[in-house]
Design a protein around this ligand. Structure first.
Ligand code: ATP
Ligand code: MG
Length: 297
């Protein structure tokens, strides 16, 4: 993929658009805003809005995310966005939201994204309170498949939570938002500064230690618990310090309605030591997943 660059001064005098078609074609297309018909706003992001849009020539409907360069600079997130585009733009998996391309003008960066017709999983969970275990099992299976693919590409997502998971019109899960993801060398471990909520982070990250791809296994355990129980497991009304202590002690309360299989999978993912967490292939073979896979057929 062409190196991502939209803060290059030589580009700012005219609208420069870059787009690389999927690997088979291998040639770049430069897009213009006038290639799209803009529809209703789909949502509001930190740095701009997301609109429904139709590519005029093909009639293909996408989500167009508009980010204001000034705000990106104010928050110092240009590099992070470049990394996000480089990573997401190269991923091809049915459960990962496609980034078809990007372009920019003097003031804005535009991301051409696959449309997630049913929006965020977070909103669906808010509406329903909690999901039936069969529904949670389907999402965990799709997520495990997507993470297997990501990890095989040596990418750690590091920010799996309901706000970053989208649903397409058929209700299939799509991992979106690669803002915190990193590409690592095979044996490398990482250290990073945190921001945002602690709820989904594993002990090694809240303690500022080294971490590897097994952080995503922990977050998947948190997600499974939240989908079935309606709230994340270590959330504490006393605030983030209390949450911190609950995470490092793996202080897990399992409500009575959680089935034995679901509880077992949650416990096997929420292991303090990252090497002890159930690997993705074993998640896919776990009785909780198998049971619901059978009944869905
Ligand atoms: P935040 O960090 O506050 O979540 P953000 O900058 O990451 O903001 P997004 O979460 O990507 O922005 O987008 C904001 C909203 O736009 C989402 O909550 C969602 O409702 C909608 N949206 C984003 N991408 C898509 C998409 N591909 N398809 C449909 N709706 C989308
Ligand atoms: Mg977001």
């Amino acid at each position: 993929m062409t190196p991502v660059s939209f803060f290059d001064a030589s580009n700012t005098d005219r609208v420069v658009l870059r787009y690389r078609l999927s690997g088979e074609h291998g040639h770049a297309k430069q897009w213009l805003l006038s290639d799209f018909e803009i529809g209703r706003a789909l949502g509001r992001g930190k740095f701009g809005h997301v609109y429904l849009a139709r590519e005029k020539q093909s009639g293909y409907v996408v989500a167009l995310k508009v980010l204001y360069k000034k705000q990106l600079c104010t928050h110092g997130v240009q590099r992070q966005l470049q990394r996000e585009i480089e990573i997401q733009g190269n991923l091809r998996h049915p459960n990962i939201l496609r980034l078809y391309g990007y372009f920019h003008d003097e003031t804005r960066v535009f991301l051409i994204l696959e449309l997630a017709g049913k929006g965020e999983l977070y909103n669906e969970l808010q509406r329903q309170g909690r999901f039936a275990e069969s529904v949670a099992a389907k999402y965990i299976m799709q997520m495990a498949n997507a993470l297997l693919y990501l990890h095989s590409q040596r990418i750690i997502h590091r920010d799996i939570k309901p706000e970053n998971l989208m649903l397409d019109v058929r209700g299939e899960l799509k991992i979106g938002d690669f803002g915190w993801s990193v590409r690592t060398a095979s044996t490398e471990s990482r250290r990073t500064t945190l921001c945002g909520t602690l709820d989904y982070l594993p002990p090694e990250m809240v303690q500022g230690g080294l971490h590897n791809e097994n952080v995503d296994l922990w977050s998947m355990g948190v997600l499974l618990y939240e989908m079935i129980c309606g709230h994340p497991p270590f959330e504490d009304e006393k605030g983030y310090i209390a949450t911190y202590h609950r995470i490092v002690q793996v202080d897990l309360n399992m409500p009575g309605h959680v089935s034995a299989e679901a509880a077992d999978l949650i416990r096997k993912l929420l292991q303090y030591r990252s090497v002890d967490r159930l690997p993705l292939r074993k998640v896919l073979q776990h009785p909780f997943i198998i049971k619901h896979q059978r009944s869905a057929q």
